[in-house]
Design a protein. Structure first.
Lengths: 280, 139
């Protein structure tokens, strides 16, 4: 029997990947950030998931404006690392779990989520930076990964509520899988940041703190947040926070918060990170 | 959740956020070829061809004169106004050796040093930056 044992949220700032790849993690600018992930690395090593379902957004790497899927599930055996304009990150290839991925695709579609099935896809910093933050620099990733891409670039992205409901459907799918799997789900992106135009550099610590509190204790309240509020309060790229709600929907309403970390800045971004464990 | 809001009303509310361009249907259609040009720079051989003769390489993409000019001038704000999306234009930046933070500083009219200092001290506050009515001095 497969089950979702925990959820992890984290930002996926590309500069964090560059800092790891260029061995700058001990520099004064980066040290406090990486220190904040040390307990999480330990937690993950002890938790030993078989599979991570990793919710992220593709940044014009695997998908372009030619095809813009709202939700796309990676069902392939493996996912190569994308060249985002400066060569692929020097990290291990990402191995998939096609048995479970196809099961989730079928189950969620029958649950009325019109999932796009992806059999060939390169993965970019949105997926690899969270892996690096939680696993360091292993020769091989210590678990299989099922990528779930969410469109948050072309307006409109899915609503917070839709993302939350998808998380619930994913949990139902995992729990109806007939093989054993210990699954952890990652919701990535955020927190407040804006990369574009004259308002670039926006950070909203009060908003982020409230979001983290509600995320842990009252996620239903966050399902009512609008795109407008997210963009105005958390910045145009802060809208990525809808992806956290997919993770949250896959956990118990009263999931246990085991870790929280917040840090400003990583490049242009407020980094937010939380670990929640299911109680049953 | 059954509370679907009217798209036109929403767009108007988005337009009130200062210094922010929503990548909506209108901008996506306007910027399609500009963004696909940026996307092409993910391949090393295309980056080389572009660097060898920028104007000639841009001929491969049916863009407007304004869009071509914005690219050749590396006018990052103009590219966004003309339908570019930051995740695409950042690929042009990367092939120029610039980071997200480099072009963010340029787009905000700041020096690299001042922008980095602003981020290190907690970023741009949201107070005074929610509505165009708060930006009257900045047009």
């Amino acid at each position: 029997m497969a089950r979702i044992i925990a959820g992890v949220t984290t930002s996926h700032v590309p500069a964090i990947g560059a800092a790891i790849d260029l061995h700058k993690t001990n520099e004064p600018y980066w040290k406090p950030l990486f220190k904040g992930y040390e307990p999480s690395k330990k937690w993950l090593a002890e938790t030993k998931p078989d599979v991570v379902i990793l919710v992220y957004n593709d940044h014009a790497s695997a998908f372009s404006l030619e095809i813009i899927p709202t939700f796309a599930l990676g069902c392939a055996e493996e996912f190569p690392i994308a060249d985002e304009g400066w060569g692929p990150r020097p990290v291990p290839i990402v191995k998939g779990d096609p048995d479970l991925a196809w099961h989730i695709a079928q189950s969620t579609i029958l649950d009325e989520f019109d999932m796009t099935i992806v059999n060939k896809m390169e993965v970019d910093h949105g997926l690899t930076v969270p892996l690096s933050l939680l696993c360091g620099e292993p020769k091989e990733w210590p678990f299989k990964v099922i990528p779930l891409c969410v469109n948050v670039i072309q307006y409109p992205p899915p609503t917070a509520h839709r993302c939350y409901m998808l998380g619930r459907a994913i949990r139902k799918a995992v729990e109806s899988f007939d093989q054993d799997r210990r699954v952890v789900i990652f919701g990535t992106g955020g927190m407040s940041h804006q990369l574009q135009s004259a308002r670039a550099g926006l950070i909203n610590k009060e908003f982020d703190a409230r979001f983290l509190d509600q995320f842990a204790a009252d996620p239903e309240a966050l399902t009512r947040i609008t795109h407008l509020e997210l963009v105005r309060e958390a910045g145009s790229e802060g809208i990525e926070l809808v992806m956290w709600l997919v993770m949250r929907g896959a956990l118990d309403a009263d999931a246990k918060e085991v870790y929280r970390f917040y840090h400003v800045p990583a490049s242009n971004t407020a980094v937010g990170h939380m670990i929640l464990e299911n109680r049953r | 959740m059954g509370e679907q809001e009217n798209i036109a009303d929403i767009q108007e509310a988005f337009e009130d956020i200062p210094g922010t361009l929503l990548f909506d249907a209108k901008r996506s259609r306007m910027g399609y070829h500009l963004n696909m040009f940026c996307m092409s720079l993910m391949k090393a051989e295309n980056r080389q061809a572009f660097k060898a003769d920028e104007g000639k390489y841009l001929d491969r993409f049916p863009m407007t004169q304004d869009q071509r000019k914005a690219i050749l001038d590396r006018d990052w704000n103009a590219m966004l106004r003309l339908g570019g999306n930051i995740y695409y234009t950042s690929k042009l930046a990367a092939s120029d050796g610039l980071t997200f933070q480099n072009i963010a500083a340029i787009m905000t009219g700041s020096t690299q040093e001042d922008y980095a200092k602003m981020m290190a001290s907690g970023g741009r506050p949201v107070g005074g930056n929610r509505s165009k009515s708060e930006w009257t001095d900045r047009g």
